[in-house]
Design a protein around this ligand. Structure first.
Ligand code: SF4
Length: 210
């Protein structure tokens, strides 16, 4: 079996753990994994329209609408008019929904323990590899747009080349290494389309500290 196939097999094992954990949580919370995802999304990103939520969590709009209706019935979210457009509706998590979202956002202990087994340099290399994979899937349109450092206008890859913190975040004006690359940053602002290729080339050429 090729290395690519071995990696894909390994990732599917992790996916299996995550799915099992989501369904185990569904038993206790009474929410399906999609309903939990919607709640977590609304709590972490703020009120949103159902079309935007569907796009962000990569489900069809009918699926998102069904889940939203169930969440409204369960008292987890409320629909309110969008102040920017009276014809549109925004989904808001209720206090009960926020509590459930907090529990749903916790990663399985088994996964965290497995990550902790990796040495710090192994974690940094793994995160860099994941960043490359996620960016590639995003460019191919296989997953929704993510809030990655490598697509952020504040990211200055390889600015401090040859150090153990080669990258720079202009938002907080600080250097950081591969171990601190963000895959979902709340301060992310999309880089201009014309800048993304240059950003990527500079990131991909970054070398570890000598
Ligand atoms: S603002 Fe966030 S996503 Fe952007 S470079 Fe800084 S840490 Fe990365």
């Amino acid at each position: 079996m090729s290395t690519s196939m071995n990696i894909a097999t390994g990732l599917s094992k992790i996916g299996m753990l995550l799915r099992a954990s989501e369904w185990a949580r569904a038993d206790t919370s009474g929410l399906t994994p999609t309903q939990s995802q919607i709640l977590v999304h609304l709590v972490s990103r703020g009120p949103a329209r159902v079309t935007d939520v569907a796009e962000e969590i990569a489900v069809t709009q009918p699926t998102a609408s069904d889940s939203v209706s169930a969440l409204v019935r369960k008292g987890m979210i409320q629909k309110r008019s969008d102040p920017a457009d009276a014809r549109a509706v925004l989904l808001h998590p209720t206090p009960a929904g926020r509590r459930v979202a907090q529990d749903a956002a916790v990663w399985p202990d088994a996964l965290l323990a497995a990550i902790d087994v990796l040495e710090p340099d192994e974690q940094a290399a793994f995160l860099k590899g994941l960043t490359k994979m996620i960016r590639t899937m995003q460019v191919r349109g296989a997953i929704p747009v993510q809030r990655l450092c490598v697509s952020c206008r504040h990211f200055q890859p390889n600015k401090h080349k040859g150090t153990d913190q080669p990258h720079h975040c202009a938002f907080v004006d600080a250097a950081f290494g591969d171990a601190d690359l963000r895959l979902d940053c709340g301060d992310h602002e999309p880089a201009e389309d014309t800048d993304t290729s240059a950003l990527w080339a500079a990131f991909a050429s970054a070398t570890p500290a000598e």
